[in-house]
Design a protein around this ligand. Structure first.
Ligand code: DX5
Ligand code: ZN
Length: 215
């Protein structure tokens, strides 16, 4: 069954504890936490200090998505803050292999994310090392953007690469995912769906999880 990872970027931060609880009660699987530095992406969000507090209140694993330049500088800080999966961008890190190895050495699952313009083929040599590939289906930086439909084609190609090599790498699709397109995204190979605005702007979280899962 596909895993649902609501992105707390679209949650109500003034009432975050209640939002986390409601997300858990809705049957979600992970909390997706977006970290932005105002350089790799045009927006700025939160850092390890806030994540550490979220970790204390959350019962679900934290799926931390770093949209920051040279993420290798902060890997240890985010693992210490409580990340269960730590994702870095291929476009932001010069020594991806070293960084992925380091994340795993620290006992955390390692994710690599790629932007819409980055071909999935550029993951060829790092693929066996990573637990999760985060395929961006919007240009990162903001919640609430429209799904880029070309991502479906990339998703199919990536799934084929993974299957042909007998790997069990999960594909996480991030950006513009909603119950409306979830079935197509899952059919194309996604194992994790990130949902920000489609989840937190919905009236009934449980129904949103249910409809995203059933397509
Ligand atoms: C975009 C972030 C996403 C975002 C998803 O830069 O990486 O995780 O929160 O939000 P929606 O689902 O609203 O596109
Ligand atoms: Zn994200």
């Amino acid at each position: 069954m596909v895993l649902i990872a609501p992105s707390i970027l679209s949650a109500n931060f003034l009432d975050l504890r209640a939002e986390l609880k409601a997300t858990e009660e809705a049957g979600a699987d992970l909390f997706h936490v977006d970290v932005m530095d105002g350089s790799f992406v045009p927006n700025i969000t939160i850092g390890p200090f806030v994540i550490q507090q979220i970790k204390e209140a959350a019962r679900l694993p934290l799926d931390v998505h770093l949209m920051i330049e040279s993420p290798d500088r902060y890997i240890a800080d985010f693992v210490k803050a409580g990340a269960d999966t730590l994702t870095i961008h291929l476009e932001a890190d010069r020594h991806l292999h070293r960084s992925v190895s380091y994340i795993k050495e620290l006992g955390c699952k390692a994710g690599v994310a790629i932007n819409p313009a980055t071909p999935v083929e550029s993951l060829q040599d790092i693929l066996p090392e990573v637990d999760v590939v985060v395929l961006m289906s919007v240009n990162p930086g903001f919640g609430g953007q429209s799904f880029i439909w070309r991502s479906i084609e990339k998703l199919i190609r990536l799934k084929r690469m993974i299957d042909q090599r007998g790997l069990d790498t999960l594909i996480e699709v991030d950006g513009g995912v909603s119950p409306k397109n979830a079935a197509q995204v899952v059919d194309a190979g996604a194992g994790i769906l990130v949902m920000g605005s489609a989840f937190y702007k919905s009236k009934d979280y449980m129904e949103t999880v249910r409809s995203a899962r059933s397509g």
